[in-house]
Write a protein that binds this ligand. Structure first.
Ligand SMILES: *[C@@H]1O[C@H](CO)[C@@H](O)[C@H](O)[C@H]1NC(C)=O
Ligand SMILES: *[C@@H]1O[C@H](CO)[C@@H](O)[C@H](O)[C@H]1NC(C)=O
Length: 513
C-alpha cells in the first residue's frame, strides 16, 4: 500500500506544473497530458477528407469514395480499431460515451474541451449523413472479410467498401437506436456553443429513434455477415431502445421519452438483466447510472423504482470488497472481465462508478453491498482512480497502456496505419499483402498513434506487446471514449477536490489489501 501514499505526495507537487510534467517516475501521473492524448487518438482513427487542423499528420485522406457506388455520401466517421472498416454500431456507442464524457466532465477539460467537441463532431457529421434518408440507417462501410484479409494503410485501401444498411423491411433497431443515442447525447454537447447544430442533431435523433422503435429487429439478421461475428449484437436491441430514450429525455426533457423508459425498463431488466454489462453491445448498467439523478429519490420512488436498486447492484457487482462481486481482478489490481479488449470494460465501468459517485454525493447516499460493505462516493472515486492509474503505468510492469504516454508504452500495437510506413515516408501504393512483413517484424511501429489505449494485459498483469495478439495489442475508440471523461475529472480534482477528504487514503488503501 506504500505506493498510494507516495503517489498522493507527488501529486501534490505535480499539480502546479502538471502541463509540463510527464511520467517521471512510478506513481506520478499527468492527467492533463493523458487527457490531451486520449482525445488526440481520435484523429488517428479518422476516415475521410482530413481538415487543415489535423494534428496527427502522418495520417492522410482515406476512403473518399465511401457510399459513392450507392449514390450516397458516406465519407467521414471513424475506423473502430486497428482495421479500416467503419462499423457504425460501436462508432455510435463511442460517440455517445465521448458526448457523456463532455456532458459530465466537460467543465474540467479546459482547453481540451474544444478538441473533444471536434472529435464528437467528426462522428456526428458522419451520422447526419448515415441517417439522411428517411427510414434508412446506414450501418457499416467496408466488407470486414476483405479488410481483415489485408494489412493495408487506410490511405491505400482498395478492398471492397460494401455499404450495409437497415430499412423498414430489414430493420436494425440496435444500430439505429445507438445512432439516435449518439445524436441526442451530442446535441447536449453543442447546446450552447452551436445551438443550431445542436437542434439539428436532436431533431435527427428523434426521427431515427422513431424508425428504430417502429420497425423492430436485429441488424444481425438484416445485414448478415457484415455484423456477425464482428460486432454481433448478443444482448438484443431493447437495451439500445431504452438507452436512446434515456438520452432523448436528457436532451429534450420530453415526457414521451420518460414514459418510454418507465414502460420498457422493467421488460428489459427481467428479460436481459445483466448487472455488470456495459459496452458497445449492452447498455444495461449505463441506463441506470445515466438516469439515477433524474429519477425521483430512493425514498419516494414514484418514477422508476428499480432504477437505483439496479444501479446499486451494478456497483456491488464491481467493487473488489463486495460479497456480490462478479468480476475478477489481476494481482496488480486491474478489473478483468473479458479476454479480449479488456480495457473497454475497465474504462466503461470506471466511468459509470465515477458518474454514480457524483449522484451519490449530490443526493447524500451510499451503496450497501450486503450487511458489511458500505461504499460512499469517495470509495467509488478511489476505485475509478485506481483503474486509471493502472492504465497510466501504476502496475507491476510499470508500463503505460496509453501509447505515447510515459517512458514505457506499447510499441507494436495491432493497427494497420500505425505499423506501416506513413505516406510521407513511403508515397508508393502498398497493396493488400505488402503489409505482411510489417505485422511480423519485431521492430516498433513507425507511426506513434498517440493516446491509443490498447486492449491491455492478461489477467496475470503480463503484456506481450505483440501485433498478432490483437486481443491485447489493439486499440479501439470505445476504450478511449469513457477514458476522456475519467481523465478530465482526475485532471481537475486533485487534493483540493470537494471529494477529497482524509478518508480517501484510507479507502484507497483498503482496496489494495
Ligand atoms: C445475434 O447473433 C448472435 C450470434 O448468432 C446471437 O447469439 C444473438 O442472439 C443475435 N442477437 C439478436 C438480437 O438476434
Ligand atoms: C517497477 O518500479 C518499481 C519501483 O520503482 C521497481 O521496484 C520494480 O522493479 C519495477 N518493475 C519493473 C517490472 O520494472
Amino acid at each position: 500500500m506504500g505506493w498510494l501514499i507516495s503517489f498522493s505526495l507527488v501529486l501534490f507537487l505535480s499539480v502546479s506544473n502538471e502541463m509540463t510534467l510527464t511520467v517521471a517516475s512510478k506513481g506520478q501521473h499527468s492527467y492533463a497530458d493523458a487527457l490531451a492524448k486520449s482525445i488526440l487518438f481520435f484523429e488517428g482513427q479518422r476516415s475521410g477528407k482530413l481538415p487543415a487542423s489535423q494534428r496527427m499528420t502522418w495520417r492522410k485522406d482515406s476512403a473518399l469514395q465511401d457510399g459513392h457506388y450507392m449514390k450516397v455520401d458516406l465519407v467521414g466517421g471513424y475506423y473502430d480499431a486497428g482495421d479500416n472498416v467503419k462499423f457504425n454500431f460501436p462508432m455510435a456507442f463511442s460517440t455517445t460515451m465521448l458526448a457523456w464524457s463532455v456532458v459530465a466532465f466537460g467543465q474540467s477539460m479546459g482547453s481540451q474541451l474544444q478538441h473533444a467537441q471536434e472529435a464528437i463532431r467528426w462522428a456526428t457529421d458522419y451520422f447526419l449523413k448515415s441517417t439522411s434518408t428517411p427510414d434508412v440507417v446506414y450501418a457499416q462501410v467496408g466488407n470486414p472479410y476483405g479488410d481483415h484479409d489485408c494489412w493495408e494503410r487506410p490511405e491505400d485501401m482498395d478492398t471492397l467498401r460494401t455499404v450495409y444498411f437497415v430499412t423498414k423491411d430489414h430493420p436494425g433497431s440496435e444500430v439505429a437506436a445507438e445512432t439516435a443515442a449518439a445524436l441526442a447525447a451530442s446535441s447536449m454537447v453543442f447546446a450552447s456553443s452551436d445551438p443550431s447544430y445542436s437542434k439539428s442533431l436532436l431533431q435527427r435523433a428523434k426521427e431515427v429513434f422513431r424508425f428504430a422503435d417502429t420497425y423492430r429487429g436485429s441488424y444481425n439478421d438484416s445485414i448478415g455477415g457484415g455484423a456477425c461475428p464482428f460486432y454481433c449484437d448478443f444482448s438484443g436491441y431493447m437495451d439500445e431502445l431504452v438507452w436512446a430514450a434515456a438520452w432523448l429525455y436528457k436532451a429534450s426533457g420530453n415526457q414521451e421519452y420518460w414514459d418510454y423508459l418507465a414502460n420498457n425498463i422493467d421488460k428489459l431488466e427481467s428479460i436481459y438483466y445483466a448487472p455488470t454489462e456495459f459496452g458497445w453491445d449492452s447498455k444495461h448498467a449505463g441506463i441506470n447510472v445515466l438516469m439515477a439523478d433524474v429519477s425521483p429519490s430512493r425514498s419516494n420512488p414514484s418514477g422508476i423504482p428499480m432504477l437505483h436498486a439496479n444501479a446499486d447492484k451494478f456497483i456491488c457487482s464491481v467493487l473488489p470488497e463486495s460479497p456480490t462481486k462478479n468480476v475478477r481482478y489481476s494481482p496488480g489490481g486491474l478489473l478483468y472481465k473479458a479476454e479480449a479488449t479488456n480495457m473497454q470494460c475497465v474504462t466503461a465501468i470506471s466511468f459509470l462508478l465515477l458518474v454514480y459517485a457524483q449522484h451519490l454525493s449530490a443526493s447524500n447516499n451510499v451503496v450497501h453491498c450486503g450487511e458489511q460493505v458500505v461504499a460512499d462516493p469517495n470509495r467509488l472515486i478511489a476505485f475509478a482512480k485506481s483503474q486509471v492509474d493502472y492504465i497510466l503505468g501504476h502496475n507491476p510492469l510499470n508500463m503505460s497502456y496509453m501509447v505515447g504516454y510515459g517512458n514505457k508504452f506499447p510499441q507494436r500495437i495491432h493497427h494497420r496505419g500505425s505499423s506501416l510506413p506513413s505516406v510521407d515516408k513511403h508515397p508508393k501504393h502498398m497493396g493488400c499483402k505488402d503489409g505482411t512483413p510489417y505485422i511480423l517484424t519485431s521492430n516498433p511501429n513507425p507511426n506513434v498513434l498517440v493516446g491509443a489505449v490498447v486492449g491491455g494485459p492478461a489477467v496475470d498483469d503480463t503484456y506481450a506487446d505483440s501485433r498478432t495478439l490483437f486481443r491485447q495489442s489493439e486499440p479501439t475508440t470505445y476504450i478511449n471514449a469513457p477514458l476522456v471523461g475519467l481523465l478530465a475529472y482526475f485532471n481537475s480534482h486533485s487534493m483540493t477536490s470537494r471529494y477529497y477528504h482524509p478518508n480517501f487514503l484510507m479507502d484507497a488503501n483498503k482496496m489494495t489489501e
